[in-house]
Design a protein around this ligand. Structure first.
Ligand code: SF4
Length: 263
């Protein structure tokens, strides 16, 4: 390689490393882990449009299949959202400003499930848009993804007044909607954020502290449990634990993507 090219390559590596350090510092992690950091987790490499040579018939078919999958899931989610707009199954329908259905890629490989909308989410009709949402965005970026690459939803779709905890009967009535969302999106990996999501999806009373750090099974989908970003804002010392959990999520996604590319 020409000395000029070597220098250019070296500068490029330094820039990438600097960017990585900035992301992890923003997330609150002081220890930089370089293991597998060269592999950005994209939801659909290597057959995504940016990584693909469209010249081959096989790959063109892959693009069409993926677009068709996305269109189908977008339509199915919209049908479900329309149904939920008129939901009166629990009293939260009367106190909410907006239904907070969910957001992100309808064909996402990774889906986050939180608890319930807060004030900002209720006003904007989108999950995780306040300070906790900004922290979740940093968590997503720290594993090499963007908010639009994943899907984000809550157990409850309407805000409990005064941000009180969801009641068991509200969860029981709203849960079928979340189950349907997961069935439509078919994520490769789920991540439950906080107590209510973890206990509801795993049908357990165990604490997040006990459940986190390993994958559980939700109807055949590997599910990581970790702390809710709102909890992390109050307990920043636990950011390191979340980072440990998210590295496992990142590595599993890379592994599943690699396996898919070999078939
Ligand atoms: S919280 Fe769920 S069950 Fe209750 S009204 Fe809203 S959508 Fe319906």
């Amino acid at each position: 390689m020409h000395p000029g090219e070597i220098k250019k390559e070296f500068v490029s590596i330094l820039k990438a490393l600097k960017s990585r350090v900035e992301i992890e510092k923003g997330f609150g992690i002081e220890i930089v882990t370089l293991a597998r950091s060269d592999n950005r987790v994209s939801k659909d490499p290597p057959d995504s449009p940016i990584n693909r040579n469209p010249a081959t018939t096989k790959e063109s078919c892959g693009v069409q299949a993926r677009m068709s999958k996305k269109e189908t899931r977008t339509r199915q989610l919209e049908e479900l959202r329309q149904e939920m707009l008129t939901c009166h199954k629990c009293p939260l329908n009367e106190s909410r400003t907006n239904l907070v259905f969910g957001t992100g890629d309808p064909a996402a490989d990774l889906m986050f499930v939180g608890e319930a909308p807060g004030r900002d989410e209720d006003l904007q009709g989108e999950p995780f848009v306040g300070r906790a949402g900004q922290l979740l965005n940093k968590i997503i970026e720290a594993i090499g993804m963007k908010r639009n690459d994943v899907y984000i939803a809550n157990v409850l779709k309407c805000r409990p007044p005064g941000n009180r905890n969801p009641q068991p009967e509200e969860i029981a009535l709203c849960m079928p909607y979340l189950i349907k969302q997961i069935e439509i999106i078919k994520p490769k990996v789920l991540c439950a954020l906080g107590t209510f999501a973890a206990q509801t999806l795993l049908d357990t009373k165990a604490s997040v502290g006990t459940l986190r750090g390993k994958f559980h099974d939700y109807k055949g989908i590997p599910m990581m449990v970790t702390y809710h970003p709102a909890y992390l804002l109050r307990n920043p010392n636990d950011k390191a634990r979340v980072w440990e959990d998210m590295k496992k999520v990142r590595d599993l996604l890379l592994e599943l993507t690699h396996k898919k590319s070999q078939t």
